[in-house]
Design a protein around this ligand. Structure first.
Ligand code: GDP
Ligand code: MG
Length: 438
């Protein structure tokens, strides 16, 4: 995959005390090939390599980094820039319901994403979404929206196979009357971009004035996804992209090219078929993942820089021996909190662990809850969570002012974490990523 290829390119720079222009150019040749193979567009690759080369050759190497690490750092920063830099948010309306028009080709994941995103907004932004069935050409499409909406307990507005623009207008009226502050319009797609589709979407846009037009594209289609993004943006004007099926995309080309090709950011990504598998898109995290920095050793290295080296060693040992307890978890949370940039750290965790821990990593409030729960346990309970029966859990919940469900959630999360740690460290030596460079 892309990560391995980039890794190999940087490996050549290992052990070099000083980077010559030639060293950098040679490494960049491999970076270029790796990106092209990942289906990143030629123009994007060319510009990217030029920028990185320029920055790498001309700059002084920071004291704290080896030259190879310095180049990796620059590549990481430029990959992040390529994908838009920061995390893009949805624009909510100041007055009245926010209208989000979901557009895209057939099979891209519009209907699924409509439900996922609505569920996400309900859960994390306390919104009251309404889903509107504006894909009227296939009765099955309306039924599908009702099914996924139903699974998330979200209301679905439909009027059968009428005029989609009228349906959108009526859905808006319904939303205003029923206190829905967010309306998702699930529109029709075709196999290819065509005029009839664009005309219908333009008419809808001109009538309902959406706050957001989100284009849904399938990451697995690579460069085709980028072409679709350009075509929709030119014809309709889009505000952002949702990249679906990232779970099945080994190449990463679409994620890397869309912002550069259209100027429009990826706002969310779909990472699985289940309806909670949607996440805001973080360019920095994606860049780290592409670079294969998501490994435990670089996490530990980063940790070492920030806090006590001995403690990091101890953690490493514990991870290897698989004796990671709730007390250790608590220590980790404290240190992570002190390190500041949580999102950056989450991206440095091994892929699985990073996303599994995401909630705990990023959400300060969740960290505080987790800490409170662990603090309410006795030392024995922290070392042996198996002994936690109903009455102990009740006592702990009362002690920290939370519910037994919260205690159970933490225990489940912790259990999952131990299993992942087992997968990451068990049976094989942790591989060297960039943490071992130089
Ligand atoms: P639409 O035609 O654009 O409305 O696409 P659908 O929402 O019907 O999705 C098409 C297929 O893609 C369905 O089988 C979805 O379950 C699947 N799908 C959508 N998003 C994702 C995703 O993020 N990951 C995976 N693995 N499958 C997805
Ligand atoms: Mg659909």
């Amino acid at each position: 995959g892309l990560s391995e290829k980039l890794n190999a390119a940087f490996k050549r720079l290992r052990g070099k005390g000083r980077l010559t222009e030639n060293d950098v150019r040679e490494a960049m040749r491999e970076v270029r090939l790796a990106l092209l193979e990942a289906d990143v567009s030629y123009k994007v690759v060319k510009e990217f390599v030029a920028t990185v080369t320029e920055r790498s050759v001309g700059t002084d190497v920071l004291d704290s980094l080896t030259p190879a690490q310095q180049v990796v750092k620059i590549v990481n920063e430029e990959l992040t820039n390529l994908m838009g830099g920061g995390t893009a948010k949805l624009a909510f309306a100041n007055n009245g319901p926010t209208i989000v028009m979901m557009v895209g080709l057939q099979g891209a994941g519009k209907t699924t994403t409509t439900a996922k995103l609505a569920g996400y907004m309900k859960k994390f932004h306390s919104k009251r979404p309404l889903l509107a069935a504006c894909d009227v050409y296939r009765p099955a499409a309306i039924e599908q929206l009702k099914v996924v909406g139903g699974q998330l307990n979200l209301p679905v507005f439909e009027e059968g196979q009428g005029d989609p623009v009228k349906i959108a207008e009526n859905a808006l009226r319904y939303a205003r009357d029923h206190g829905n502050d967010l309306v998702f319009l699930d529109t029709a797609g075709r196999l290819h971009v065509d005029e009839a589709l664009m005309d219908e979407l333009k008419r809808m846009k001109a009538t309902v004035h959406p706050n957001e037009i989100l284009l849904v594209v399938d990451a697995m289609t690579g460069q085709d996804a980028v072409n679709a993004a350009s075509a929709f943006d030119e014809a309709l004007g889009i505000d952002g992209v949702v990249l679906t099926k990232l779970d099945g995309d080994a190449r990463g080309g679409a994620a890397l090219s869309i912002k550069a090709a259209t100027g429009k950011p990826i706002k969310f990504v779909g990472t699985g078929e289940k309806l909670d598998m949607i996440e805001p898109f973080h360019p920095d995290r994606m860049a780290s993942r592409i670079l294969g920095m998501g490994d435990m050793l670089s996490f530990i290295e980063k940790a070492q820089q920030t806090y006590d080296e001995k403690q990091a060693k101890k953690l490493e040992e514990k991870l290897k021996k698989n004796s990671f307890t709730l007390s250790d978890y608590f220590d980790q949370l404290q240190q992570i909190r002190n390190m500041g940039d949580l999102s950056q750290l989450a991206g440095m965790m091994p892929g699985n662990l990073g996303s599994k821990l995401q909630g705990a990593q990023i959400d300060e409030k969740a960290i505080a809850h987790t800490e409170a729960i662990i603090l309410s346990m006795t030392p024995e309970e922290r070392e042996n969570p198996q002994i936690l029966g109903a009455s102990r859990k009740k006592r702990i919940a009362a002690g920290c002012g939370l519910d037994v469900v919260d205690v159970n959630r933490l225990l489940k999360q912790f259990e999952g974490m131990q299993q992942i740690i087992k997968q990451v460290t068990g049976g094989r030596k942790p591989g060297f990523g960039f943490g071992g460079l130089g």
